[in-house]
Design a protein around this ligand. Sequence first.
Ligand code: GA4
Length: 326
Amino acid sequence: MVVLAHGELEQISLPVVHKPTNFFSDVPVIDLSDPESKARLIGACEELGFFKVTNHGIPMELMAKLEDEALRFFSLPQVEKELSASSPGPFGYGSKKIGGNGDLGWVEYILLEITSKPISHSSLSFLKEPSASFSVLNEYITAVRKLACEVLELMAESLKIQPKNVFSKLVTDSESDSMLRLNHYPPCPHLQGLDCGLTGFGEHTDPQIISLLRSNNTSGLEISLRDGSWVSVPPDQSSFFINVGDSLQVLTNGRFRSVKHRVLANSAQSRVSMIYFGGPSPRERLAPLPLLIEEGKQSLYREFTWCEYKRSAYKTRLSDNRLGQF
Ligand code: GA4
């Protein structure tokens, strides 16, 4: 733990971890313009539950514009940002507190609910001015959802299961419970020269089906390999990093792995990430697809609704194994 001054009166204890030594040079890369590369998708989902997507078709300019909007908001005075604070639900601005059960991190964020309607008004000051930020946000959400669907359809095709929208229809459902998270990890100069890393966002798996992350060129994201070791993912601001979420692990009866990941704060540079979480509708029943239960094997999970899973997830700490009870 490291104790940091937080504002004038408050002190906050944040968890530290021992830094892993190296960048991971083996992040699977799926080039969406290359059929041979697409063939590596299943291996990546089974082995790591994590891969990088290139030639995804989302203009760099759009990603940069949303990043600028986020930075504009995060550079506002703290009191102004707090006006957009999340209460009582999880949406809106938050700083250092993650979820409602005591998790802390060196991060500030905005969590936005994605509904079937474009975002056109909001109490969040992030979205108040200039109005252009609505169009950037909506354009980004549309583009990233489309990319999520393309990847999910590729997964179904590669698994040779029909229909090919078996996974993607869950996130295109008009009641899909999806969100966008904009995270800002300020630099933490206290760390300079120390042999430990400060936790920006503690280790966890994502509860949803799929997560698409785009960050600036500051490192910090780490994933856990099968042997439990942690490796640092080299940042790449022009690509998307994609995580298999808990729900996709369930649908594939554990064949795809919901990857454990975390973010460490950087001592010198600020990290900004934008993550789309594609989730099903609250009423959706989740269970392993019969076609994906291999012969002689049993279903590893009981059927549950997304609403049930989410309710239970919100009672957990970040690092808990949420699927354990299902
Ligand atoms: C992890 C993935 C997403 O960021 C998130 C997180 C959510 C939150 O920050 O409110 C949770 C976390 C996430 C899983 C367990 C619960 C809920 C914090 C927490 C301790 C928005 C999500 O959907 O689940």
